[in-house]
Design a binder for this molecule. Sequence first.
Ligand SMILES: [Zn+2]
Ligand SMILES: [Zn+2]
Length: 151
Amino acid sequence: MATRDPIRMFRDYLRRKGLRCTAERDEIVQALQRTSHHFRVEDVVADLAARGSSASRATVYRTVPLLVEAGLLCVGDALPGGEFTYEFVHGRDHHDHLCCLRCHERIEFAERGIELLQIDVARHHGYRLVGHHLDLFGICPKCQALEQGGG
Ligand SMILES: [Zn+2]
Ligand SMILES: [Zn+2]
């Protein structure tokens, strides 16, 4: 399945929202393509600074929520101090995770009912939801079988 050009995808999103497409915003999307799998906003700021980009730290921080809403980024883990990690997903289908606490297996799932409930919760608190990160923790079937075998 061909993924769309992320710069074009973001420009389309900005136009739909009535926001300006700028060289700085293009440079931020280019920087995302160079990021490691899970990154912090400061990593993008440092990457752009090292390349002499004119995108300021404030611009990067303001642009990240737009990138989440445009479906280019998803929010990863919350870090101590209230920061988050992000993952560049360039429009791949959204999924959440089920994680085994024993063997650290992570499986992906998508459940429409859960997705819709989250939108309701955000709305209830007056938020416009731009993204979410959901991990369910448990013991996988293999590890449960080992438990029963006395392992
Ligand atoms: Zn989800
Ligand atoms: Zn397991």
